[in-house]
Design a protein around this ligand. Structure first.
Ligand code: MIC
Ligand code: SF4
Length: 643
């Protein structure tokens, strides 16, 4: 981030008004004040267990919302136990509780709470959805949210800000999803750590707030800290229509504002695109896929489930029927969206067209509903197509816009949409906040409330201080772009999120199902476990379980070619050292099961972060660059242990 000048961009304006530690001109890490927090159930139980163990009486930030949207399948008691726990915690500590069925956290937060010019920290990597309404909205691990709720600062690497200059206007049948896929085509899913992407230019005014939110939502796939749009007349209109005119604040970049880099997107030239299996950065044109047989189409998720999106789908399907050999599922983002579709007849249109209407929740996006059949081609409007995330390892998932999804549903083959009517931004959204509980006691709480703990709610394990030396084993060796879905699978395993010993049984399940047993056997023999990885380790979600459960299994270090931002922060929060190979060729010389000697590891963390690791075949150098705060966390055995 450039030194403050008089001509500030949107990012600099918001960060400057929230800066509590560090100077952007000098320091590599900044501490910012967090106004709003959000959690979802799959990460929230752990966040609140950690908050509870901090001994704070009530939340101290302006607004804290606890959403239930991930684990809503409720086969068995586990999810329901989690919901009861979350509701009681919310009532006790002054948190607003959004009941299952109300909708997906990011869509709901945008509709009802997101405020331009504020900061939002969420225990979900798609929290940057709030950037669509002019918030600096960041995804982080649950323990970071707990700290923010207790009034503590959140730390980010001092960002570099890239202007994505939008000019022109999108053609019919092309939408915001194609814009973010264009940006992903240019920048890919790795190498963007530490950047904030700020959208600017005359084309911004042509995009409504839900479209802007689609773009910032899927900015998460770039691996950036966040993405943000200015707050302008379009934002004002959206907030007025949500009956929240009072929340509006104009935030525009100053004329001549400076950026560290610029990329221009001519909206009129954007083509319908798709992210091909198995990465959101693997971009192809829909034209190149034309005619490919499609078996399943899933529409919804926090990326594309607004009224604008689902109404567009309904308009394309109106009076027609989906091809008989495809299955089509639709999950709206919120009750508000469903209500509007019900009132204007779109819901009936979708039902008549043969779509399966799903609950307004994450569901299919996280492999918790409608997994495709073996080898199926599934077109989806969500944001991640990692191998197996849909619940079916052999499925080929393509990420597309709602327009492409709807047009392809009619033909049963990959195709772009033509002659699509644009949906006007509603003048008034129907407001019904009844499924947000404890609004009256928000910020205050009720100390007499007893927290409900069913058998699925286990205690949070605490780390131990880092030892002077480590005798270790390379417990696993994985390749490039290992996602948190590989490390800590969701889908059928999601229900164990509140039970670390149980969930730990599935660490690296898709890569090496024996990982858990091997680690525990080493741990018993006092041998530390080390994970060896390639480029961009820990891509994807914010789930801190991908660090917490390995910590529980005795993992003390990761040695990778590179590590993604949120996951790196989570490793540090749980006392695991994030080492990088000094020379990535050393990666080729290590095999899973090799003995590693990390002599002087504690001193290395205390000092310059450099260490020589010995193996029976020789030695290699690793390094880690840590702030003083991060060093303290690792040396203590993680954030909880440091308190
Ligand atoms: C995801 O989309 O991968 C999730 C599930 O929403 C995760 C959070 C989690 O693992 O609970 C995310 O994006 O952070
Ligand atoms: Fe839910 Fe999918 Fe969005 Fe994650 S990406 S919050 S699972 S809808």
């Amino acid at each position: 981030m450039k030194k403050s000048t008089k001509r500030l961009n949107v990012t600099q304006k918001i960060l400057a008004s929230h800066l509590v530690e560090g100077d952007p001109a000098v320091d590599s890490e900044l501490g910012i004040r967090i106004d709003q927090t959000l959690t979802q159930d799959a990460t929230g139980t752990m966040a609140y267990l950690q908050f509870e163990s901090m001994g704070v009486k009530r939340v101290k930030n302006d607004l804290a919302v606890s959403y239930v949207d991930h684990n809503t399948v409720q086969i068995g008691y586990e999810n329901a136990d989690d919901h009861d726990f979350l509701a009681s915690v919310a009532e006790k500590f002054g948190i607003i509780y959004s009941k299952a069925g109300n909708g997906i956290c990011h869509q709901l937060h945008l509709e009802r709470f997101g405020k331009p010019g504020t900061t939002l920290l969420g225990s979900d990597s798609h929290t940057p959805t709030g950037g669509g309404i002019g918030q600096i909205a960041i995804g982080a691990g649950g323990i970071d949210i707990a700290v923010a709720m207790a009034g503590g600062a959140f730390h980010i690497p001092t960002p570099k800000v890239r202007a994505i200059v939008l000019k022109g206007k999108l053609k019919k049948g092309v939408s915001a999803k194609d814009v973010i896929l264009t940006v992903l085509k240019k920048y890919g899913t790795k190498g963007n750590v530490g950047w904030i992407f700020e959208y600017t230019g005359p084309g911004v005014a042509t995009l409504d707030v839900p479209s802007r939110a689609t773009i910032t939502n899927m900015g998460a796939e770039l691996g950036v800290t966040t993405s943000v749009f200015p707050s302008d007349k379009v934002t004002k209109q959206f907030l007025q229509a949500q009956n929240r005119a009072g929340d509006f604040k104009e935030i525009l970049p100053d004329a001549g504002a400076e950026y560290d880099d610029t990329f221009t997107v001519d909206l009129s030239k954007v083509e319908p695109l798709a992210a091909a299996p198995h990465s959101p950065g693997n971009i192809v044109t829909v034209k190149s896929m034309k005619g490919t047989k499609v078996n399943q189409i899933m529409i919804g998720s926090c990326t594309n489930s607004s009224y604008r999106d689902i109404r567009t789908v309904a308009d394309i399907l109106k009076g027609k029927h989906v091809a008989e050999d495809v299955e089509v599922g639709i999950a709206c983002g919120s009750r508000q969206v469903v209500n509007m579709l019900a009132k204007d007849g779109s819901l009936a249109t979708l039902i008549s067209a043969g779509c399966r209407i799903l609950e307004n929740a994450c569901g299919f996006c996280i492999g918790a509903h409608m997994s495709p059949s073996t080898n199926a081609v599934s077109l989806r409007t969500n944001n991640r197509n990692f191998e197996g995330r849909s619940g079916t390892k052999s499925a080929k998932v393509y990420l597309v816009s709602p327009e492409t999804a709807a047009a392809s549903a009619l033909t049963g083959k990959f195709c772009a949409a033509e002659n699509v009517k644009s949906v006007a931004a509603p003048k008034k959204f129907p407001i019904d906040d009844e499924m947000f509980l404890y609004r009256k006691s928000a910020g205050k709480g009720r100390s007499s409330v007893k927290i409900v703990r069913g058998p699925n709610i286990a205690t949070v394990p605490k780390g131990v201080p880092l030892a002077k030396d480590l005798m270790a084993s390379a417990a696993i060796k994985v390749g490039d772009k290992i996602t948190t879905d590989h490390i800590m699978p969701a889908g059928a395993r999601l229900k164990f999120r509140s039970n670390v010993p149980e969930y730990s049984k599935y660490v690296f399940e898709p890569c090496d199902p024996a990982f858990h047993d091997k680690c525990l056997a080493n741990k018993e023999k006092n041998i530390a476990n080390v994970i060896i990885a390639g480029e961009s380790y820990g891509q994807g979600s914010s789930r801190e379980h991908a660090a917490l459960c390995p910590m529980y299994l005795g993992v003390k270090a990761v040695i990778a070619k590179s590590i993604e931002r949120i996951h790196r922060a989570n490793l540090i929060n749980f006392g695991i050292v994030p080492f990088i190979f000094e020379d990535s060729k050393a990666y080729d010389k290590i095999e899973a099961g090799d003995k590693l000697e990390l002599k002087g590891v504690r001193a290395a963390v205390e000092g310059d972060g450099e260490l020589v690791v010995k193996t029976s075949k020789g030695s290699f150098k690793v390094k880690t660059t840590l702030s003083a705060r991060e060093k303290h966390l690792i040396l203590s055995g993680g954030l909880l242990a440091s308190l």
